[in-house]
Design a protein around this ligand. Structure first.
Ligand code: FAD
Length: 431
């Protein structure tokens, strides 16, 4: 028999690894492991991502029942769970889709090694991206560090057939007849159901066609909200790319940013821990904990920053324009290490994805591979004038705005800006 191991690809349709497993001609038993190594690190019992995964798994479980199969669901360390499964089932092969985050790569290497030592074949497939880390390389065969040439090479290499869906539906009769008892509850794994819901994606032609015009206006519901679905694979990237090709090139370019950051983290895993540009590894961050807390709570006295942080804290989402503003404010105006902000986002974002989070934080901090120049500092008030001039977004998330309860600005932006530029310059000199 064959095990198909679901991870960040929580869907039956258009799933590359599942398709190949079913085509093997052997009975396929689908498996999901709640990875205790990941879950134990989460600080919030009500983590909305765990609830989302749990709900999605429950749904998959029901869909599989139609084929007299079920999902085998385990909780524990993947290596140990796999070892136990080899004792229970006559496993000949394990199929899965590749996951590129540093932790996942290490985990998969260990599992693969153990399986091979036990005579079990391990096969992994590309599913999460259109192009993997080494499929788009520069002329000198090295990874791109700058987005625009990467994007151009990506588009040149792309063919419509690459976004074609895998016809999994035609092969589902290969699923193993199997009956599994109830799914472990959230409570059994130490969690509680979250109140935050993951929104459905907005992929209508109308939203996508008007994307360019409206995407920077946080008061409008003008972006796709696809990110958590791409994170957990409830929608396939091929489907998204097909829609982008059909409707909007600007939106396609956003999907390419995602792959750009993924290949960057793959080739430069150290960038998750330190500034990509070595000249910025000596910045004398102030790292004031009280100020950091004000930023986290949305109490800085800068309305767009505060509205963004409130949106994040109550929904697990923040509009991209506002993410850029709050990130710039933390790093430049407060001179707090971008890694603090990255970690806070990692805790809160429903769409948290290490490559995109690290890549975007380093972009905003000016320390990244292809970042905005360090001396360009967002003015949080001008950003309001440009992108929320009628204060619709601000009022939605900040009811006390313009009342006596709203605090005054915690820093003077002009002098904070000068202070930041001086700190960056000093780091360059020290380098
Ligand atoms: P849309 O605007 O509809 O874009 C479609 C898709 O393109 C997104 O779902 C996403 O997959 C991709 N995309 C769009 N913008 C970017 C971008 N700048 N970088 C990479 N991919 C992009 N995105 C994450 O998915 N996970 C993160 O952890 C994350 N952290 C971020 C941290 C900061 C400081 C900033 C500035 C941005 C971050 N982003 C992250 C990128 C971006 O904000 C979100 O992808 C976007 O807001 C999600 O909303 P949407 O699905 O409606 O996007």
């Amino acid at each position: 028999m064959v095990l198909f191991w679901f991870r960040r690809d929580l869907r039956l349709h258009d799933n590359a690894g599942l398709f190949h497993a079913l085509k093997s001609g052997k009975p396929v038993l689908p498996l999901f492991i709640f990875d205790s190594d990941i879950l134990e690190k989460l600080s919030d019992q009500n983590d909305a991502r765990v609830t989302f995964i749990h709900n999605t798994i429950t749904e998959l479980h029901c869909q599989l029942k139609v084929y007299s199969s079920t999902l085998l669901i385990k909780y524990g360390k993947p290596l140990e769970v796999m070892q136990e499964l080899l004792e229970t089932y006559d496993v000949e092969e394990v199929y899965t889709n590749r996951d590129y985050e540093p932790y996942a790569r290490q985990r998969d290497e260990q599992v693969q090694k153990m399986l091979q030592e036990n005579g079990v074949i391990y096969k992994s497939y590309k599913d999460q991206v259109v192009f993997e880390e080494s499929e788009i390389l520069s002329k000198s065969s090295s990874p791109y560090k700058v987005y625009t040439p990467y994007k151009n090479a990506w588009k040149k290499a792309f063919e419509a057939s690459m976004a074609r869906a895998y016809p999994v539906e035609q092969h589902l009769h290969q699923l193993m007849r199997h009956h599994e008892g109830p799914i472990p509850s959230l409570q059994e794994m130490g969690f509680e159901p979250a109140t935050i819901q993951t929104p459905l994606p907005r992929l209508s032609a109308d939203v996508l066609q008007r994307y360019e015009e409206n995407r920077n206006l946080p008061a409008l519901d003008a972006t796709s909200r696809l990110s958590p679905h791409l994170r957990f694979g409830t929608i396939s990237v091929r489907q998204a790319v097909q829609l982008a090709v059909q409707h909007n090139d600007t939106w396609l370019q956003e999907l390419i940013w995602r792959e750009f950051f993924m290949q960057l983290l793959y080739h430069f895993p150290h960038s998750a821990q330190e500034s990509f540009a070595s000249k910025f590894r000596h910045i004398a961050w102030l790292n004031n904990e009280e100020e950091f807390q004000k930023w986290c709570d949305g109490k800085t006295g800068f309305p767009l920053v505060d509205a963004g942080m409130r949106e994040l804290n109550s929904t697990g989402f923040m509009h991209n324009r506002v993410r850029m503003v709050v990130a710039s404010f933390l790093v430049k105006d407060l001179l707090i290490d971008w890694r603090w902000g990255e970690a806070y986002f990692a805790d809160k974002l429903l769409d948290y994805e290490q490559a995109s989070n690290v890549g975007n934080w380093q972009w905003a901090a000016g320390t990244g591979a292809d970042a905005q120049p360090y001396f360009r500092v967002f003015n949080p008030d001008s950003q309001v004038k440009k992108f929320d001039k009628d204060y619709h977004y601000i009022r939605r998330w900040l009811p006390e705005f313009n009342t006596a309860n709203y605090p005054p600005p915690m820093v003077n932006h002009a002098s904070a800006r000068d202070r930041a530029i001086a700190a960056y310059k000093k780091s360059i000199t020290a380098f």
